[in-house]
Design a protein around this ligand. Sequence first.
Ligand code: HEC
Ligand code: HEC
Length: 231
Amino acid sequence: MYFRPVPLILAATAALPACTPAPVDSRFGHTGQLIALSGGDAGPQAACHTCHGLDGGGDGALVPRIAAMDAGYLVGQLGHYADGRRRHPQMTWLAGRLNSAERLAVSEYYASMPMPRTERILATDRQCTSGNAAVIYHEGLPERGLASCASCHGGMGQGEGTGNPSLVGQSADYHAEQLHRWRKGERYGDAMNVMHDAASRLHEEEIIPLAEYIAYGPGQSRRRESPEECP
Ligand code: HEC
Ligand code: HEC
Protein backbone atom coordinates (compact mmCIF):
# COMPACT_ATOMS: atom_id res chain seq x y z
CA MET A 1 0.00 0.00 0.00
CA TYR A 2 2.79 2.33 1.01
CA PHE A 3 4.53 2.07 -2.41
CA ARG A 4 1.54 2.88 -4.53
CA PRO A 5 1.96 6.65 -4.91
CA VAL A 6 5.53 6.29 -6.18
CA PRO A 7 4.77 4.90 -9.66
CA LEU A 8 1.98 7.41 -9.96
CA ILE A 9 4.33 10.32 -9.33
CA LEU A 10 6.85 8.86 -11.81
CA ALA A 11 4.18 8.47 -14.43
CA ALA A 12 3.12 12.07 -13.94
CA THR A 13 6.71 13.29 -14.26
CA ALA A 14 7.32 11.17 -17.36
CA ALA A 15 4.19 12.63 -18.95
CA LEU A 16 5.35 16.21 -18.43
CA PRO A 17 7.45 16.75 -21.59
CA ALA A 18 4.52 15.76 -23.80
CA CYS A 19 2.47 18.53 -22.18
CA THR A 20 5.11 21.22 -22.68
CA PRO A 21 3.32 24.03 -24.51
CA ALA A 22 6.44 25.39 -26.28
CA PRO A 23 5.90 23.85 -29.77
CA VAL A 24 2.30 25.02 -29.85
CA ASP A 25 3.38 28.55 -28.96
CA SER A 26 6.05 28.54 -31.66
CA ARG A 27 3.56 27.50 -34.36
CA PHE A 28 1.25 30.39 -33.66
CA GLY A 29 4.17 32.78 -33.14
CA HIS A 30 5.37 32.44 -36.75
CA THR A 31 4.81 35.50 -38.85
CA GLY A 32 4.24 35.20 -42.58
CA GLN A 33 7.71 36.54 -43.29
CA LEU A 34 9.33 34.01 -40.96
CA ILE A 35 7.52 31.13 -42.68
CA ALA A 36 8.49 32.49 -46.11
CA LEU A 37 12.15 32.64 -45.12
CA SER A 38 12.45 29.58 -42.85
CA GLY A 39 9.63 27.22 -43.82
CA GLY A 40 8.08 27.49 -40.34
CA ASP A 41 7.22 24.17 -38.75
CA ALA A 42 7.55 22.40 -42.11
CA GLY A 43 11.31 23.00 -41.93
CA PRO A 44 13.90 24.56 -44.25
CA GLN A 45 12.90 22.47 -47.30
CA ALA A 46 9.64 24.44 -47.22
CA ALA A 47 11.24 27.91 -47.15
CA CYS A 48 9.15 29.54 -49.87
CA HIS A 49 11.84 31.92 -51.12
CA THR A 50 14.17 29.09 -52.19
CA CYS A 51 11.78 28.29 -55.05
CA HIS A 52 9.53 31.34 -55.40
CA GLY A 53 12.40 33.84 -55.09
CA LEU A 54 13.03 36.54 -52.50
CA ASP A 55 10.69 38.86 -54.38
CA GLY A 56 8.03 36.11 -54.74
CA GLY A 57 8.26 36.38 -58.52
CA GLY A 58 8.79 32.68 -59.26
CA ASP A 59 11.52 31.28 -61.50
CA GLY A 60 10.09 32.31 -64.86
CA ALA A 61 9.31 28.66 -65.62
CA LEU A 62 7.16 26.24 -63.61
CA VAL A 63 7.40 27.99 -60.22
CA PRO A 64 4.75 30.71 -60.23
CA ARG A 65 4.75 34.27 -58.99
CA ILE A 66 2.96 34.45 -55.64
CA ALA A 67 3.84 38.03 -54.65
CA ALA A 68 1.04 40.58 -55.07
CA MET A 69 -1.54 37.85 -55.68
CA ASP A 70 -4.83 37.99 -53.76
CA ALA A 71 -4.40 36.59 -50.22
CA GLY A 72 -7.71 34.71 -50.40
CA TYR A 73 -6.64 33.04 -53.64
CA LEU A 74 -3.23 32.05 -52.22
CA VAL A 75 -4.61 30.58 -49.00
CA GLY A 76 -7.27 28.75 -51.02
CA GLN A 77 -4.60 27.14 -53.21
CA LEU A 78 -2.52 26.09 -50.20
CA GLY A 79 -5.70 24.43 -48.90
CA HIS A 80 -6.17 22.67 -52.26
CA TYR A 81 -2.63 21.29 -52.12
CA ALA A 82 -3.16 20.17 -48.51
CA ASP A 83 -6.43 18.35 -49.26
CA GLY A 84 -5.37 16.86 -52.61
CA ARG A 85 -7.50 18.89 -55.02
CA ARG A 86 -4.27 20.17 -56.50
CA ARG A 87 -1.27 17.86 -56.62
CA HIS A 88 2.39 18.66 -56.80
CA PRO A 89 5.08 16.73 -54.87
CA GLN A 90 6.71 19.59 -52.96
CA MET A 91 3.68 21.85 -52.58
CA THR A 92 1.44 19.01 -51.36
CA TRP A 93 4.08 17.94 -48.87
CA LEU A 94 4.70 21.36 -47.39
CA ALA A 95 1.13 22.70 -47.44
CA GLY A 96 0.12 19.67 -45.38
CA ARG A 97 2.70 20.59 -42.74
CA LEU A 98 1.57 24.18 -42.26
CA ASN A 99 -1.50 24.68 -40.09
CA SER A 100 -4.31 26.94 -41.26
CA ALA A 101 -3.02 29.94 -39.25
CA GLU A 102 0.42 29.57 -40.88
CA ARG A 103 -1.08 29.21 -44.36
CA LEU A 104 -3.05 32.40 -43.86
CA ALA A 105 -0.09 34.33 -42.41
CA VAL A 106 2.26 33.40 -45.27
CA SER A 107 -0.45 34.15 -47.87
CA GLU A 108 -1.04 37.60 -46.39
CA TYR A 109 2.70 38.22 -46.41
CA TYR A 110 3.05 37.45 -50.13
CA ALA A 111 -0.16 39.32 -51.01
CA SER A 112 1.26 42.44 -49.36
CA MET A 113 4.49 42.33 -51.40
CA PRO A 114 4.86 44.59 -54.46
CA MET A 115 4.47 43.22 -57.97
CA PRO A 116 7.89 41.75 -58.90
CA ARG A 117 9.76 42.74 -62.03
CA THR A 118 8.67 40.48 -64.84
CA GLU A 119 11.57 40.67 -67.30
CA ARG A 120 12.61 37.10 -66.58
CA ILE A 121 9.25 35.90 -67.84
CA LEU A 122 9.50 37.88 -71.06
CA ALA A 123 12.62 36.04 -72.14
CA THR A 124 11.62 36.41 -75.76
CA ASP A 125 9.87 39.34 -77.31
CA ARG A 126 6.37 38.15 -78.05
CA GLN A 127 4.80 41.25 -79.45
CA CYS A 128 2.98 39.24 -82.06
CA THR A 129 -0.03 37.15 -81.33
CA SER A 130 -0.13 33.87 -83.13
CA GLY A 131 -3.26 32.04 -84.23
CA ASN A 132 -6.50 32.89 -82.49
CA ALA A 133 -5.01 33.44 -79.01
CA ALA A 134 -6.07 37.09 -78.72
CA VAL A 135 -9.57 36.27 -79.97
CA ILE A 136 -9.95 33.43 -77.44
CA TYR A 137 -8.67 35.62 -74.64
CA HIS A 138 -10.77 38.72 -75.30
CA GLU A 139 -13.84 37.41 -77.09
CA GLY A 140 -14.06 33.68 -76.42
CA LEU A 141 -15.42 31.22 -78.97
CA PRO A 142 -19.23 31.23 -78.76
CA GLU A 143 -19.46 28.39 -81.30
CA ARG A 144 -17.63 26.13 -78.80
CA GLY A 145 -19.39 27.55 -75.75
CA LEU A 146 -16.10 29.06 -74.57
CA ALA A 147 -16.47 32.30 -72.62
CA SER A 148 -13.70 34.87 -73.02
CA CYS A 149 -10.86 34.51 -70.52
CA ALA A 150 -11.08 38.30 -70.04
CA SER A 151 -14.61 37.99 -68.64
CA CYS A 152 -13.12 36.50 -65.47
CA HIS A 153 -9.42 37.40 -65.55
CA GLY A 154 -9.80 40.97 -66.86
CA GLY A 155 -8.80 42.58 -70.15
CA MET A 156 -5.22 43.05 -68.95
CA GLY A 157 -5.05 39.71 -67.08
CA GLN A 158 -5.19 41.61 -63.81
CA GLY A 159 -7.63 39.19 -62.16
CA GLU A 160 -10.82 39.89 -60.29
CA GLY A 161 -11.11 39.48 -56.52
CA THR A 162 -10.34 36.32 -54.60
CA GLY A 163 -11.88 33.91 -57.07
CA ASN A 164 -10.35 34.85 -60.42
CA PRO A 165 -6.57 35.09 -60.11
CA SER A 166 -4.29 37.58 -61.78
CA LEU A 167 -2.51 35.92 -64.73
CA VAL A 168 0.13 38.54 -65.49
CA GLY A 169 3.69 37.96 -64.34
CA GLN A 170 3.42 34.19 -64.81
CA SER A 171 5.38 32.32 -67.43
CA ALA A 172 3.87 30.74 -70.53
CA ASP A 173 5.19 27.36 -69.33
CA TYR A 174 3.31 27.66 -66.04
CA HIS A 175 0.04 28.70 -67.73
CA ALA A 176 0.27 25.87 -70.27
CA GLU A 177 1.05 23.37 -67.51
CA GLN A 178 -2.02 24.43 -65.50
CA LEU A 179 -4.32 24.33 -68.55
CA HIS A 180 -3.10 20.79 -69.24
CA ARG A 181 -3.68 19.79 -65.60
CA TRP A 182 -7.32 20.88 -65.81
CA ARG A 183 -7.79 19.04 -69.06
CA LYS A 184 -6.40 15.86 -67.44
CA GLY A 185 -8.41 16.38 -64.23
CA GLU A 186 -5.23 16.80 -62.15
CA ARG A 187 -6.29 20.18 -60.79
CA TYR A 188 -9.84 20.73 -59.61
CA GLY A 189 -11.84 22.31 -56.82
CA ASP A 190 -12.52 25.74 -58.32
CA ALA A 191 -16.11 26.91 -58.10
CA MET A 192 -18.33 25.13 -60.64
CA ASN A 193 -15.27 23.66 -62.39
CA VAL A 194 -15.01 26.77 -64.54
CA MET A 195 -11.40 26.17 -65.47
CA HIS A 196 -11.81 22.48 -66.24
CA ASP A 197 -14.67 23.51 -68.49
CA ALA A 198 -12.71 26.32 -70.19
CA ALA A 199 -9.55 24.23 -70.68
CA SER A 200 -11.54 21.28 -72.08
CA ARG A 201 -13.03 23.44 -74.81
CA LEU A 202 -9.61 24.51 -76.07
CA HIS A 203 -7.89 22.53 -78.81
CA GLU A 204 -4.48 21.17 -77.84
CA GLU A 205 -2.65 23.29 -80.42
CA GLU A 206 -4.27 26.46 -79.05
CA ILE A 207 -2.83 26.08 -75.55
CA ILE A 208 0.80 27.16 -76.04
CA PRO A 209 0.01 30.26 -78.17
CA LEU A 210 -2.65 31.26 -75.62
CA ALA A 211 -0.24 30.74 -72.71
CA GLU A 212 2.38 32.84 -74.51
CA TYR A 213 -0.14 35.56 -75.26
CA ILE A 214 -1.09 35.78 -71.58
CA ALA A 215 2.54 35.71 -70.42
CA TYR A 216 3.39 38.67 -72.61
CA GLY A 217 0.48 40.57 -71.06
CA PRO A 218 -3.00 40.44 -72.56
CA GLY A 219 -3.92 43.67 -74.22
CA GLN A 220 -0.27 44.54 -74.84
CA SER A 221 0.39 42.35 -77.89
CA ARG A 222 -0.45 43.50 -81.39
CA ARG A 223 -2.67 41.31 -83.41
CA ARG A 224 -0.82 40.02 -86.47
CA GLU A 225 -2.44 41.52 -89.57
CA SER A 226 0.13 40.20 -92.05
CA PRO A 227 3.37 38.19 -91.83
CA GLU A 228 5.43 41.17 -93.10
CA GLU A 229 4.04 43.55 -90.53
CA CYS A 230 4.66 41.32 -87.56
CA PRO A 231 6.89 38.33 -88.42
C1 HEC B 1 10.62 23.17 -53.60
C2 HEC B 1 10.11 24.34 -54.29
C3 HEC B 1 8.96 25.09 -53.63
C4 HEC B 1 8.89 25.55 -52.33
C5 HEC B 1 9.89 25.40 -51.21
C6 HEC B 1 7.61 26.26 -52.24
N1 HEC B 1 6.96 26.22 -53.44
FE1 HEC B 1 5.09 26.96 -53.81
N2 HEC B 1 5.16 26.18 -55.69
C7 HEC B 1 6.22 25.50 -56.25
C8 HEC B 1 5.85 25.03 -57.57
C9 HEC B 1 6.73 24.23 -58.53
C10 HEC B 1 4.50 25.44 -57.79
C11 HEC B 1 3.61 25.11 -58.98
C12 HEC B 1 2.94 23.79 -58.65
C13 HEC B 1 1.82 23.40 -59.57
O1 HEC B 1 2.03 23.36 -60.79
O2 HEC B 1 0.70 23.17 -59.06
C14 HEC B 1 4.10 26.17 -56.59
C15 HEC B 1 2.87 26.75 -56.42
C16 HEC B 1 2.48 27.51 -55.33
C17 HEC B 1 1.21 28.19 -55.19
C18 HEC B 1 0.10 28.25 -56.23
C19 HEC B 1 0.18 29.60 -56.93
C20 HEC B 1 -0.87 29.85 -57.98
O3 HEC B 1 -0.72 30.83 -58.73
O4 HEC B 1 -1.85 29.10 -58.06
C21 HEC B 1 1.22 28.80 -53.97
C22 HEC B 1 0.11 29.63 -53.35
C23 HEC B 1 2.50 28.52 -53.35
N3 HEC B 1 3.24 27.73 -54.21
C24 HEC B 1 2.90 28.99 -52.11
C25 HEC B 1 4.06 28.60 -51.47
C26 HEC B 1 4.40 28.98 -50.11
C27 HEC B 1 3.56 29.90 -49.25
C28 HEC B 1 5.58 28.37 -49.81
C29 HEC B 1 6.34 28.40 -48.50
C30 HEC B 1 5.60 28.00 -47.31
C31 HEC B 1 5.99 27.63 -51.00
N4 HEC B 1 5.05 27.79 -51.98
C32 HEC B 1 7.18 26.89 -51.08
C33 HEC B 1 7.45 25.27 -55.65
C34 HEC B 1 7.74 25.52 -54.32
C1 HEC C 1 -15.91 31.80 -65.47
C2 HEC C 1 -14.66 32.41 -65.06
C3 HEC C 1 -13.38 32.00 -65.76
C4 HEC C 1 -13.12 31.95 -67.12
C5 HEC C 1 -14.08 32.21 -68.28
C6 HEC C 1 -11.71 31.62 -67.25
N1 HEC C 1 -11.14 31.47 -66.01
FE1 HEC C 1 -9.20 30.96 -65.62
N2 HEC C 1 -9.59 30.86 -63.64
C7 HEC C 1 -10.83 31.09 -63.07
C8 HEC C 1 -10.78 30.71 -61.68
C9 HEC C 1 -11.95 30.78 -60.70
C10 HEC C 1 -9.45 30.27 -61.42
C11 HEC C 1 -8.88 29.75 -60.09
C12 HEC C 1 -9.11 28.26 -60.03
C13 HEC C 1 -8.74 27.63 -58.72
O1 HEC C 1 -9.17 28.16 -57.68
O2 HEC C 1 -8.03 26.62 -58.74
C14 HEC C 1 -8.73 30.40 -62.68
C15 HEC C 1 -7.38 30.09 -62.83
C16 HEC C 1 -6.69 30.17 -64.04
C17 HEC C 1 -5.28 29.90 -64.21
C18 HEC C 1 -4.31 29.48 -63.13
C19 HEC C 1 -3.66 30.67 -62.49
C20 HEC C 1 -2.68 30.29 -61.42
O3 HEC C 1 -2.07 31.20 -60.84
O4 HEC C 1 -2.49 29.09 -61.17
C21 HEC C 1 -5.01 30.06 -65.54
C22 HEC C 1 -3.67 29.86 -66.23
C23 HEC C 1 -6.24 30.45 -66.20
N3 HEC C 1 -7.25 30.52 -65.26
C24 HEC C 1 -6.35 30.72 -67.55
C25 HEC C 1 -7.55 30.94 -68.20
C26 HEC C 1 -7.70 31.03 -69.64
C27 HEC C 1 -6.57 30.89 -70.62
C28 HEC C 1 -9.03 31.24 -69.89
C29 HEC C 1 -9.73 31.36 -71.23
C30 HEC C 1 -9.58 30.23 -72.15
C31 HEC C 1 -9.71 31.28 -68.61
N4 HEC C 1 -8.79 31.11 -67.61
C32 HEC C 1 -11.07 31.47 -68.45
C33 HEC C 1 -11.95 31.61 -63.71
C34 HEC C 1 -12.12 31.68 -65.08
